[in-house]
Design a protein around this ligand. Structure first.
Ligand code: NAP
Length: 343
């Protein structure tokens, strides 16, 4: 039996307001690399890449509004990641298999295989992509845009948080279909990325647009057909004023609200009626059955260079807390990944 040092990221206490790096702590424990008993259904993965996701903020509090449950103070946090199987007590997994899905923020874990885990079959792409474009974010962008947005060629589409993991994909899916696409983001660097690298028709820095109604009218003189909403709040409220008859709102996330004690109200909901708009909240977990179809769609696009994917990596679990809380300050340009080990 081998005992290994096992670095972990734990939540120190429940958070209110904006999370800080000091709300999380990197500690060193030990894990026994013993043979997982056959039939125990547990696997022992070595974690390679971790995904930093906005929903993790909800789990840092014990508020009743969180559908995800809460982290336990003093215990390691969890989310999604990519790992290599070291030992397996489940017949579906073997030593050295690569998997993505549920991951605890530590170097080695013992996890029940009943947790969401997908085996990685395609390895001719960067493995870190399974924290994003080839993982939950990819399914979210695909299901949200195609299933809920019901897009048509020449639709006018607006994407908020457009340079993030999901937004960058939605914008590119919309361009591939022949839509007119505008994205919003929170810095000049991100706006340049959207226009010059990701192929958006237009992009603007929402922090420099005090009159969002006027901004949307400038970019969408005839109105918005599809709004892919990652931020909620005032942006959503102004989109309601600027959406077209029979418009669709893909309600993906509301990151502008996650750190507020009191969420902002939406005042223009009556527009849904006047314009017969379909506003549809959705969760990626309802669409995991589309994953094989999604892979068939996205892998050739990556291979042919028809989709650009931007991720930003920090090395080492000790840099995980800063990377995670940095999401809420807009520090990440692209999908934020924590590298624990390169296989
Ligand atoms: P992400 O881009 O990594 O999110 C971080 C970005 O959010 C930041 O870089 C920042 O960019 C932006 N942001 C932070 N605070 C903001 C604020 N107050 N107002 C506007 N923007 C703010 O996120 P992602 O992983 O692509 O996720 C995008 C959204 O989808 C999130 O709301 C997330 O919760 C949601 N989501 C939903 C599902 C689902 O199944 N429905 C699945 C995964 C994720 P700026 O610099 O541009 O402000």
């Amino acid at each position: 039996m081998v005992q290994l040092k096992n670095k972990q990221v734990i939540l120190k206490k429940y958070v209110s307001g904006f999370p800080r790096e000091s709300d999380l702590q990197v500690v060193e424990n030990f894990i026994e690399l013993k043979k997982v008993p056959e039939g125990s259904n547990q696997i022992l993965p070595k974690n390679l890449y971790l995904s930093c996701d906005p929903y993790q903020r909800a789990m840092m509090s014990n508020s009743f509004v969180s559908r995800f449950g809460s982290y336990t103070p003093g215990a390691p946090i969890h989310g999604y990641g990519v790992a290599k199987v070291v030992e397996s007590g489940h017949p579906d997994y073997e030593k050295d298999d690569l998997v993505w899905g549920y991951a605890i923020w530590e170097e080695y874990s013992l996890v029940p295989s009943s947790h969401m885990l997908f085996k990685i079959e395609h390895t001719n792409v960067p493995l870190s992509y399974y924290t994003g474009i080839l993982g939950v974010l990819g399914i979210t962008a695909y299901a949200g845009f195609y299933e809920i947005g019901c897009p048509k060629k020449e639709d006018c589409a607006f994407v908020s948080d457009a340079s993030g993991g999901i937004g960058q994909l939605v914008g590119q899916f919309a361009k591939l279909l022949g839509c007119y696409v505008v994205g919003s983001a929170g810095s000049k660097e991100k706006v340049d990325l959207l226009k010059n690298k990701l192929g958006f028709d237009e992009a603007f820095n929402y922090k420099e647009e005090p009159d969002l109604d006027a901004t949307l009218k400038r970019y969408f003189p005839k109105g918005i057909d599809i709004y892919f909403d990652n931020v909620g709040g005032k942006t959503l409220d102004m989109v309601l004023v600027n959406i077209r008859i029979h418009g669709r709102i893909c309600q993906c996330g509301m990151i502008s609200q996650y750190n507020l004690d009191q969420p902002e109200g939406i005042t223009n909901l009556a527009q849904l009626i006047y314009k017969r708009v379909r506003m549809h909240g959705f969760s990626a977990s309802d669409y995991y059955q589309l994953y094989p179809k999604y892979l068939g769609f996205i892998l050739p696009l990556i291979k042919e260079g028809k989709i650009v994917y931007v991720e930003v990596k920090v090395e080492g679990l000790e840099n995980g807390p800063a990377a995670l809380v940095g999401l809420y300050g807009g520090h990440n340009v692209g999908k934020q990944v924590v590298v624990i080990a390169h296989e």
